[in-house]
Design a binder for this molecule. Structure first.
Ligand SMILES: CC(C)(COP(=O)(O)OP(=O)(O)OC[C@H]1O[C@@H](n2cnc3c(N)ncnc32)[C@H](O)[C@@H]1OP(=O)(O)O)[C@@H](O)C(=O)NCCC(=O)NCCS
Length: 230
């Protein structure tokens, strides 16, 4: 397995488009909580059949998507999200922690108590902007800070985009009968990784507050006499 140091992937550095000199908006990745459950449901229900197949390994009907969201356990797992300006979740990354015995093929590879499995989805309209990659980077740094050294991902071999993201991050990919398992061996946490994650969370919380205030102000403005509704 490869070992990758993702400490440099501070999720706060703006990406720039050098060719055109224009700056892409910074992607803020925020840890989600109970209050995001409804937004999570909206995000997953908006995925079409092919996306659900790629994300869950099967075309989950709405009822099972709803059940999945209801069952998300924020105290056991960690779920990250990226909000748009309307506070809709346009990207969701889910790290499920499991005892290493749960994945016998991996239990030899780590001496840590837990391993992490990562799943991610980005809304169709928000793809190709780096959101999926940012969610992955945040997941990796979070695992390091949680004393987990093995990040695992299962996807279909046909999922070229995800395989590209995994390979870019240095994941070792095994393809088998139309499915692919990707593993990333992570280096231990250090003060830099702790600080990077804490700062990213602060920036993301600040960004969320600004968007929430802007949304509330816009709503208020619309209620004022003489203002257009729309
Ligand atoms: C996979 C997914 C999360 C990617 O999200 P995203 O925000 O579009 O990803 P990013 O913008 O960060 O990165 C996409 C990368 O894939 C590359 N890419 C896009 N289409 C590709 C293709 N057909 N083949 C190879 N690479 C491709 C892009 O060029 C980009 O690479 P770069 O960063 O080196 O330029 C999103 O497509 C999705 O939600 N798919 C459905 C659910 C899913 O597949 N989940 C993963 C299984 S757990």
């Amino acid at each position: 397995m490869k070992t990758t140091d993702l400490a440099g992937l501070t999720a706060t550095t703006p990406k720039t488009d050098d060719q055109h000199g224009s700056e892409k908006p910074t992607i803020r990745v925020k840890e989600l909580s109970e209050r995001d459950r409804r937004r999570l449901l909206m995000h997953f229900l908006a995925l079409d059949d092919s996306d659900r197949l790629l994300r869950f390994g099967t075309v989950l009907p709405d009822e099972l998507v709803t059940r999945y969201v209801q069952m998300l356990d924020f105290s056991r797992d960690t779920i990250f999200g990226v909000y748009d300006d309307n506070l809709r979740l346009v990207g969701v990354g889910h790290i499920a922690f499991a005892p290493r015995e749960a994945l016998p093929t991996l239990s030899e590879a780590t001496s840590k108590a837990r391993i992490a499995e990562f799943g991610v989805s980005v809304s169709a309209t928000a793809r190709g902007q780096g959101i999926g990659s940012r969610l992955f980077e945040r997941a990796a740094i979070h695992c390091r800070n949680e004393d987990v050294d093995t990040l695992y991902m299962h996807c279909l071999s046909s999922n070229q985009t995800m395989i590209h993201i995994a390979a870019k991050a240095g994941m070792e990919i095994h393809r088998d009968y139309g499915e692919a398992d990707a593993y990333l061996k992570l280096t231990p946490a250090n003060p830099g990784t702790m600080l990077a994650e804490a700062m990213e969370e602060q920036f993301a919380s600040f960004d969320y507050t600004i968007k929430a205030n802007a949304k509330a102000a816009a709503k208020l403005l619309k209620k004022l006499p003489g203002m257009k509704k729309g």
